[in-house]
Design a protein around this ligand. Sequence first.
Ligand code: ATP
Length: 209
Amino acid sequence: MRTLGVLGGTFDPVHHGHLRLAIECREVLGLDEVRLLPARLPNLRDEPGATAAERLAMLEAAVEGTGLTVDARELAGSGITYTVETLQALRHEAPRTSICFILGQDAFNGLPRWHRWQELLGHAHLVVATRPGYAPPQDEALQELMARAEIQEAAALKSRPCGNILLQSIPLLPISATDLRARVRGGRSLAALTPPAVAEYIEQHRLYR
Ligand code: ATP
């Protein structure tokens, strides 16, 4: 079965932590394609520091040469688009593709705050990038979902189009967009934290000051 990985996020701005996560998943899980999916309005957080168009421009520069792609559909509409709706749309477009929604452990632990989160597995698998020494979520409903849907073998992601959760240990780089924005405010360098084209874009457009 064809496999599509989707990494959602605010990407405000995109950094090497995001890119490595997507690339590690592609290689470890043997995914055919991995798309970065920027959210329009992050409803669970503050207004982003860059506009949707700026975040998209930085993403497009960042994926150059990586083989990753950018799916800008959530930026096209107006107002909030929920992940569950986007996954539903992807599912309709590719009924026989295994869709793997990739998220970091921090994002996964906050899943019960997402709109219609219980329906996500009806459209996609969830691949949770964990660090060694991973502490499982405390939330009972999330524990229940894991008891029902967790699989141990990545190979199973290719035998079904959706419905499972895989905890995948992936070395996560200690980089966050919050830290990058703070560095810009502090007049510090972003070199080696994000691709040069992204650092240049931030500089040229005077973002995050
Ligand atoms: P912020 O610091 O503004 O909260 P962020 O750097 O965490 O941003 P997001 O756009 O919120 O970036 O994250 C998108 C996805 O990427 C989430 O699933 C998150 O867990 C994951 N992620 C973020 N940073 C890293 C990293 N350094 N390594 C691996 N995954 C990451």
